[in-house]
Ligand binder design. Structure first.
Ligand code: AMP
Ligand code: GLY
Length: 429
């Protein structure tokens, strides 16, 4: 079958790379893609939120499966657009309906869903612009630090964690009455701070059945020791060494199953990936957030650890027959390290020539995040540039390989964190 993947990052490169290996894949397209996907797929330049443009390509290229990488088209209703159009309703669309995508598109909706289905999460209340005083009183009832979340999508920037009560009250006022995060903060969720260590669990579901994908831990901040500004992600490790069998059983029983059952009970059309962000507090996992797509850079370690044919599994979602698929994971550990442009996540330059990509051997796989191919050269084209994925018996061994290539691959302004895995040294896998 012909497959189209929407998106342009390392996530989409990793998905395309895996799907292209399937015996069921005839031709693969990535829109808009990058220099990495261009090597084996056909890139198509389009805006992923222009559903008419997507439709045109799907029909012209006889696409049978559409894998939606990023969240915006899902939150904007691309799945509903496809199911409601007779000429498109036969397509396998991988991603939830607009209703399902609210689990990521609205923090308040996600919290209500968790409350309804008794899924462990931080205590919370939500407030609108006429409730600033009530919100500030709620802050007074909590212990610091204070967690304030813009309800809507805010490109990963809508969460504030503030130590000082006066600052928190002011921030709440700015979010609600001055729309600090635009329309996204016209509602604000205030929640209890969870003190623990984070991990993510990924699930593929047809809305009824599910397969658990590998766990991962990502490194969000730009600086060593997880300091400085938030980024899209500076690296990731899978599996998470502290997610042992007993802990995973607890997550499956208390979080994954109630989530999938909740989707079914609420009649939500959800055929795609669920990314569950968790905090391990003591021995308990609590949900921080749902994302309705794969994570980036988590995908660059999660997908390479799938042994089975992913495309085959994806073809079983439409008829809710995922239970008929044999789905195996690999034992080995995968790590990925992001090389980013100097200045990122603030202003940075693009168009720098990348060298050393040809030095990468069998022991690693480089997924392109922000690159383009121009005049026979691979150039930087984003803040996050390349994800160097490597494998090993444990994360220490895999990281050695990721770091070996981080030194060999070069471009002007290259930066990467050198402390991946340091926080996990007390855990073995
Ligand atoms: P989110 O966009 O909901 O994933 O939040 C961004 C980041 O803020 C998370 O990855 C956590 O590191 C942190 N965070 C969110 N909610 C909480 C919470 N209730 N307690 C502690 N940290 C949190
Ligand atoms: N790495 C976090 C995300 O994809 O949202």
């Amino acid at each position: 079958m012909n497959v189209l993947i929407l998106g342009s990052g390392g996530r989409e490169h990793a998905l395309a790379h895996k799907i292209a290996q399937s015996k069921h894949c005839s031709k693969i397209f990535v829109a808009p893609g990058n220099a990495g996907t261009q090597k084996f797929a056909q890139n198509i330049d389009l805006n992923v939120n222009d559903f008419e443009a997507v439709k045109k390509i799907v029909l012209a290229e006889e696409i049978e499966m559409l894998v939606v990488g990023p969240e915006d088209p899902l939150v904007n209703g691309i799945q509903d657009f496809f199911t409601q159009d007779k000429s498109l309703s036969h397509i396998h669309l991988i991603g939830p309906s607009k209703e399902g995508a609210k689990l990521e598109g609205s923090k308040e909706r996600a919290k209500e869903f968790m409350k309804t289905h008794q899924i462990p999460t931080a205590a919370y209340q939500s407030f609108n612009p006429s409730q600033v005083k009530e919100g500030q009183a709620f802050l007074d009832s909590l212990k610091p630090p204070y967690v304030l979340k813009a309800d809507g999508l805010a490109a990963g920037k809508g969460v504030l964690i503030i130590d000082d009560i006066q600052e928190a009250k002011l921030a709440l006022d700015e979010m609600l009455t001055q729309q600090k995060f635009g329309e996204a903060s016209s509602k604000v969720v205030i929640e209890e701070f969870l003190d623990g260590i984070e991990l993510s669990v990924f699930v593929l579901t047809d809305g009824k059945n599910y397969k658990t994908l590998p766990t991962a831990k990502d490194y969000k901040r730009i600086g060593e020791g997880d300091t400085g500004l938030n980024t899209g992600g500076m690296g990731a490790i899978s599996p998470v060494p502290f997610a042992n069998e007993a802990f995973m059983k607890h997550i499956e029983k208390d979080i994954v199953q109630p989530t999938i059952n909740g989707l079914q009970k609420e009649n939500i059309d959800y055929k795609g990936f669920v990314f569950i962000g968790l905090m391990k507090v003591g021995n308990q996992a609590k949900v921080i957030e749902y994302n309705v797509r794969m994570g980036d850079p988590e995908t660059e370690v999660v997908i390479p650890r799938i042994q089975s044919d992913l495309l085959e599994a994806l073809t079983h979602l439409k008829k809710q027959e995922l239970n008929q698929v044999d789905f195996q994971l690999k034992e080995e550990t995968a790590t990925t390290l992001m090389l980013v442009s100097g200045g990122y996540p603030e202003a940075y330059e693009k168009g720098k020539k990348i060298s050393g990509l040809d030095l990468v051997e069998q022991d690693a796989q480089v997924f392109h995040a922000g690159t383009k191919f121009e005049n026979n050269e691979v150039l930087t084209n984003g803040g996050r540039v390349l994800a160097i994925t490597a494998f090993g018996e444990n994360f220490q061994e895999a990281l050695k390989v990721s770091y070996k290539y981080a030194k060999m691959i070069d471009f002007e302004g290259k930066y990467y964190r050198t402390d991946l895995g340091k926080d996990l040294e007390n855990y073995s896998n």
